[in-house]
Ligand binder design. Structure first.
Ligand code: SAH
Length: 397
């Protein structure tokens, strides 16, 4: 018999709204002995059947819903979900000319804990939940049914796996090992992706729409691209006819890839039009401020500063500090393009932080445009947590 979870009275409400998480404190009793990631039936306190879920005995999120319908969680289930995710993205793939995109965005695509990024014919998986791990073989099989002749590589080297009782894992799951560089295209820009050693699954696909919007602020401008990684914002700035772009990051491999990216796009790189600087952004901004070096556009796309609620205060100080410094090194009527990928920091709080930064910088600042994660990173209405990336274009008077 399938093991079962019975919820405390009232705890069925979020499931009725189709939110996919069941917290440990919401569980009244467990029938049977579900193993790590095994599929369980979920019942309300009165015995009403609610859903099929994956059991995560080590996590506060004790179960994640696979389906609100009475159906088997098998090959056909995964094929349907992957097909749906593919269809959902077809329009934007064609619109933006994408050969790299997020195919599966975990909970937002109804597959909790499963992220798949597609770079050409390489499918890169991050399996972050016990349920994803439990069904791994079936899921990979399903993936290959929808995408025959593709290679599958795992990048489950993420610390949150520990919370699920899983160890980190990387390696080939099917087909060939990815080369050092797989070149994808988006909006006519070529970008090299290092699937094996890059951040996350190799690239920050989620900033694609923001990069496209950033481009129009860069014509004939001097641009500072902070936390550049492999230079993606900088490439769009060059495409948008920036006069000069300085890409700054602490990772030399990322900067080497950024330089390579500028070359493969055949931009005019004469007169030091693109610079790749190995520098700590916090220190660099202070140096520029103290020396009086100014820019027309500053792009500020830092790593996630808050991983948990306890880190949120520190994260706020970090965001305020770098944005204040960015405002101080902007010429009059300059543009600050600033982002936060910390899901815990919502758009309202981020806007307040930018306002505080303006006060401290002694500059008058206007929000002129708002950004969010690219369209292949959708947010399901039932799962607002899926909205995590926000940004602003600000004019700094
Ligand atoms: N803007 C990038 C993604 C940024 S990811 C894009 O569009 O692709 C964050 C980057 O910040 C990483 O490349 C990391 O190496 C870099 N980083 C982290 N701390 C840093 C610091 N103190 N100074 C400079 N770079 C830093």
């Amino acid at each position: 018999m399938t093991p079962a979870i019975y919820l405390e009275n009232g705890r069925e409400k979020s499931l009725k709204r189709r939110h996919p998480w069941i917290f440990s404190r919401g569980i009244k009793k467990i029938e049977g002995e579900p193993s790590l990631g095994e599929t369980v039936d979920v019942f309300a306190h009165d015995g009403t059947w609610l859903a099929k879920a994956a059991y995560s005995p080590h996590s506060q999120i004790r179960a994640r819903i696979w389906s609100f319908e009475k159906q088997a969680i098998d090959l056909a289930f995964f094929v349907t979900k992957i097909q749906q995710a593919k269809t959902l993205r077809q329009e934007i793939i064609e619109r933006d000319g994408l050969t790299g995109y997020r195919l599966i965005a975990a909970e937002s695509d109804g597959l909790p804990g499963i992220t798949i990024d597609k770079y050409q014919n390489y499918l890169v998986c991050q399996l972050l939940s016990a349920g994803a791990e439990y069904h791994k073989d079936t899921f990979i099989h399903a993936l290959l049914e929808v995408f025959p002749n593709h290679n599958v590589y795992e990048r489950s080297d993420v610390a949150v796996r520990k919370k699920e009782g899983l160890s980190e894992r990387v390696g080939v799951l099917h087909g060939e090992e990815p080369p050092h560089s797989v070149v994808i295209e988006e909006n006519g820009v070529k970008i090299s992706v290092d699937i094996k050693a890059g951040h996350k699954t190799g690239f920050y696909l989620d900033q694609r729409d923001s990069r496209q919007q950033a481009m129009k602020y860069c014509k004939d401008k001097e641009v500072l691209n902070c936390f550049s990684y492999t230079g993606a914002f900088g490439l769009y700035a060059l495409k948008g006819d920036a006069k000069r772009v300085i890409n700054a990051d602490v990772s030399q491999p990322a900067l080497d890839m950024a330089k390579h990216n500028a070359e493969i796009n055949h931009f005019d790189l004469s007169k030091k039009r693109a610079v790749f600087l190995n520098a700590d952004v916090f220190r660099l901004l202070r140096e520029y401020r103290d020396q009086g070096t100014k820019f027309d556009v500053v792009i500020m796309d830092p790593p996630k500063f808050a991983e948990s609620k306890t880190q949120l205060n520190g994260a706020c100080r970090g965001y305020k500090d770098i944005n204040m410094l960015a405002m101080q090194i902007l010429r009059p009527s300059g543009t600050l393009l600033t982002y936060s990928c910390s899901g815990l920091m919502d758009q309202v709080l981020f806007q307040k932080i930018i306002a505080d930064a303006a006060v401290d910088a002694g500059r008058q600042v206007k929000f002129v445009e708002r950004f969010e994660q690219a369209a292949d990173h959708p947010t399901d209405t039932a799962y607002p947590e899926g909205f995590y990336l926000k940004g602003f274009a600000c004019k700094v008077i």
